[in-house]
Design a protein around this ligand. Structure first.
Ligand code: GNR
Ligand code: NI
Length: 172
């Protein structure tokens, strides 16, 4: 297993729509293991392959407090959306930024698991929000794109400033 590098906004690679997985085998299972390790080490509740620069439709999620309930969604498709909720979101690719986004309240999702079996999931609350956030990543979309242009410009300025600080420390 290995911890993968998580791309940070702004990065054009975060806007590339991911391709469906053609075959669920050992290569995908290895990617899932690395993504899970990366998500746990970054203390995230979800991670999309797009964020680790792999353009395939793979998501890992764990919303459990004990961090022992991994959900893997390969080629996820939302079959049904119902209701609306406002939820305060954050993203490992947009560190330190949290804001409200409107999402569907309840969703039904079909996907493959690591055994190449079709699974159907009904999700509400945090799980529903997290799945929608991760599928957006696979479609090349980041949660900040739902915010006003003014907020987005401020976020990019702040992240570029943080990145310059990090680069500076590396250089010395
Ligand atoms: O760790 C994460 N927390 C979170 C909180 C509210 C809504 C969505 C998320 S997902 C995020 C991890 C991440 O960036 N996944 O892409
Ligand atoms: Ni994210």
């Amino acid at each position: 297993m290995s911890i993968l590098n998580i791309l940070q906004h702004p990065d054009d690679r975060l806007h590339i729509p991911a391709k469906p997985v053609a075959h669920v085998g050992e290569v995908i299972r290895q990617l899932v293991a690395d993504m899970a390790e990366t998500m746990y080490s970054a203390s995230g509740i979800g991670l999309a392959a797009t964020q680790v620069n792999v353009s395939e439709r793979v998501i890992v999620i764990d919303i459990s407090d004990a961090r022992d309930d991994l959900l893997v969604l390969i080629n996820p498709e939302i079959q049904l959306k119902e209701g609306k909720v406002l939820f305060e979101e954050g993203c490992l690719s947009v560190p330190g930024v949290y804001d409200q986004v409107e999402r569907s309240e309840r969703i039904m999702v079909q996907a493959l698991n690591t055994k190449d079996e079709l699974i159907n999931i009904e999700a509400t609350g945090l799980l529903s929000v997290c799945i929608q956030h991760e599928i957006d990543h696979l479609d090349g979309k980041i949660f900040v794109e739902y915010l006003s242009r003014l907020k987005q410009d401020r976020i990019i300025k702040k992240l570029r400033k943080n990145q310059r600080g990090l680069d500076q420390r590396e250089a010395t």
